[in-house]
Design a protein around this ligand. Sequence first.
Ligand code: ATP
Ligand code: MG
Ligand code: MG
Ligand code: MG
Length: 466
Amino acid sequence: AALSRIAPLLKSAAPGTTVTTAGWVRTRRDSKQGFSFVELNDGSCMANLQLVIDSGVPGYADVIKHVTTGSSLRVSGELKESPGANQRVELHVQSLELLGEADADKYPLQKKRHSFEFLREIAHLRPRTNTFGAIARVRNCVCRAIHDFFQQRDFLHVQTPLITTSDCEGAGEMFTVTTLLDPDREAKGFKPGEIDYSHDFFGKKASLTVSGQLEGEIFACAVGPIYTFGPTFRAENSNTTRHLAEFWMIEPEAPFYELVDDMQLAEDFIKFVIRACLEHCAEDMQFFNDRIDNTVLSTMQNILDHQFKRVSYTEAVALLEKSGKTWEYPVAWGINLQAEHERWLTEDHFKQPIIVYDYPRTLKPFYMYCNDDGKTVRAMDVLVPRVGEIIGGSQREHRLDVLESRLAESGLDPAAYWWYLDLRRYGSVPHSGFGLGLERMILLLTGMQNIRDVIPFPRTPKNAEF
Ligand code: ATP
Ligand code: MG
Ligand code: MG
Ligand code: MG
């Protein structure tokens, strides 16, 4: 028989139905009356399906002692209304098959809650816990909502390359790509095994992408609004709770958009994703509120209920200076806002997400549109309580002469960006876009503290194994 998933069984299957299902055992309890009660989970939802196994079931005596926490089962039987208050139905098992044992002496039992740190070291167990199961489902929901949002607005999904020669952010955080297979390497004077990091992508220097933006612009200014959604790599050697070496970024890019349009798109997008999770992952969102951070649901509602406040960088700095607080990192016009400043603005002062715009040009990369004041660029960052920056975006510089001088000013070689400059030579148009870090969005939604815990396989200076 086809396997049923547990979520729909618990939600809507009629008592009396005969079903086959499978999953992993959370607990087993044997009653004196010759029954065993097993809580079975298959990851489709937080709740377990209660199995009632009569000692008369064929093979019971041989099998039941191996039905321990962590073992896997396939079972068939009849759904019956459950007398317990916790579930609508339970499964009265008619046949059961033990698929895989889990040594009860060695298995890291789940009686006490494990720390997230500990779980990061046990690859197989981590996604079988309630918290990580819920994160996986919410993450899935967010990914679907991302496509829904942009597809509904006729943005094309464009795939930008992971291997590239441009350092878009100019922050020197790129991982270099190397190949030891260059057949000419020895002719070029390298010893076997010696790596020339500056020329090792078949004789050129290439890196893993830090952003698909520049390539995204090329398509946006031809086919209309686009979005990219893929992995991004940054050699962040800082071990913070907000930075990964590999993370996922969503980057829309739209021609004819100016900064105000970009800000509105960002706000609509975040609200759309939150609504999708509240609707499709209600049970998981409630779990995060109950077990991880009891402000999750009120924060989500607060975000949905208000327009994000637009605050210029200059106003933000003035507010910080007037705050009367003593900052660890002194505030003055021209500084990069630090976590303490972002938190005060969003958590203490505005008490909601804000969009800070028009940053000093010295703080931002070369591609942002220069304002007439000669001092600021049309950048915008979306800052949210607890997490800080989740979006960085801008209107792009589309005037050839200004862009060329900005490249030079940034110490970059304009010749290497000929393909990017061509976009300004032939039919240039105003355009804008932003990047949202998927994992930062998940931190906001779940109340989790550490970015390592909201990605299936975190890549950090300390871990690349699993
Ligand atoms: P931060 O100031 O936090 O280092 P950033 O300004 O360097 O971020 P951007 O270049 O603006 O980041 O990238 C766009 C978005 O990508 C950020 O707003 C953030 O959501 C996300 N992001 C950036 N770096 C990382 C990282 N190392 N790990 C996870 N997400 C990241
Ligand atoms: Mg950074
Ligand atoms: Mg930043
Ligand atoms: Mg940024």
